[in-house]
Design a protein around this ligand. Structure first.
Ligand code: RI2
Length: 327
């Protein structure tokens, strides 16, 4: 009986780790919510009598979850916001209770944030707009859907988003909601840019100096939008802002290897070739017109202010210890 419960807690984590690694759970917001939920479920089904052992196990599973996608800070923040403060508690019951409460708060807060972003962002879309989006961001798509329901969007251009083709998911999502959509290959972005009224994308990480790290190709789209004077808006919940970048840490860009570029069944076709497959890139603040968060529309240059507000940093770095959990 006890054994079964132990297996149950390990399965919760391995199922989520596998899902995030193989991309069946994907999207910066979704992976953060999935990790937070998995940690909470793990804590509830953890068995043992030592509070210290429980904390060590929680750290271990947190690190394992974190290692699945190195770029999206949403994952790190989702995990930290779920575990924060539990180290100060003295008994297992209180740890369980705090994690359950924090996880529920994080997941519900993330849903509410997306809703609020869509309300705020919709107002930034001029009536009769043609909107371009890239990859598959629920923050951006919720905003586009709200703008469509408000009579502001006439057509959405959805990029294919190679190598993983998340654009297919976006196109189907829009079709299911009867929102007019035109699908294009990534290399056609500049060809169509002059027809656009606005570009809306999501974010995996936003740095303290206002750079947005999002699906590979975003920076080229932003460059093209800038050239054609088409405003580029980033829709992102504040848990996608990186506290670590404020203190100098660089963001690691995930590279998913040859699969997605070369046919994994026919590697001999390219014998001797090297492959680089970064799946995110960095858009500088000068190519971003606005970041739409649940706290409001901000200039990318105000990213550090958002980080200070969300993470409660008032001095050089007094909150540091709270965030050392995963280091
Ligand atoms: P939401 C995705 O990453 C895309 O880069 C997308 O723009 C970003 O997460 C944000 O998505 P991937 O998991 O949180 O497909 O807005 O690599 O849904």
């Amino acid at each position: 009986m006890i054994r079964m419960k132990e297996d149950e807690s390990s399965n919760i984590i391995s199922g989520t780790v596998e899902g995030i690694s193989n991309m069946s759970i994907r999207g910066a917001g979704k992976i953060a919510k999935a990790a937070s939920t998995a940690i909470s479920e793990y804590a509830q089904s953890w068995i043992g009598t030592s509070r210290d052992e429980m904390i060590e196990d929680l750290k271990r599973v947190a690190r394992t979850l974190l290692s699945t996608r190195p770029t999206a800070v949403s994952l790190r923040n989702g995990i930290l916001l779920t575990l924060m403060g539990t180290e100060d508690l003295h008994d297992i019951g209180s740890v369980r209770e705090m994690i359950a409460t924090r996880s529920r708060k994080f997941v519900e807060g993330a849903e509410q944030a997306r809703e609020r972003i869509s309300e705020i962002g919709s107002l930034r879309v001029p009536k009769g707009s043609t909107v371009m989006t890239h990859c598959n961001s629920m923050a951006a798509l919720s905003t586009i859907e709200k703008a469509f329901r408000d009579g502001r969007v006439e057509m959405v251009y959805s990029t294919e988003s190679r190598p993983w083709r998340q654009g297919h998911i976006t196109t189907k999502w829009l079709l299911e909601r009867e929102i007019p959509v035109t699908m294009i290959v990534d290399s056609a972005v500049r060809h169509f840019m002059r027809k656009m009224d606005v570009v809306m994308v999501g974010a995996d990480t936003i740095t303290s100096h206002g750079a947005v790290i999002n699906k590979i190709g975003t920076s080229q789209i932003a460059l093209s939008a800038h050239e054609s004077r088409v405003p580029l808006m980033v829709c992102a919940e504040t848990f996608k802002f990186s506290r670590e970048t404020l203190f100098g840490s660089p963001v690691e860009i995930e590279d998913r290897g040859p699969s997605g570029i070369a046919d994994p069944m026919e590697p001999r076709d390219f014998e001797g070739a090297h492959f680089r497959n970064p799946v995110f890139d960095i858009t500088p603040p000068e190519h971003i017109d606005a970041i739409i968060t649940e706290l409001g529309v901000i200039s990318p240059y105000l990213a550090a202010e958002i980080i200070r507000e969300v993470f409660g940093i008032v001095g050089p770095d007094p909150g540091n210890e709270k965030f050392k959990w995963l280091d």
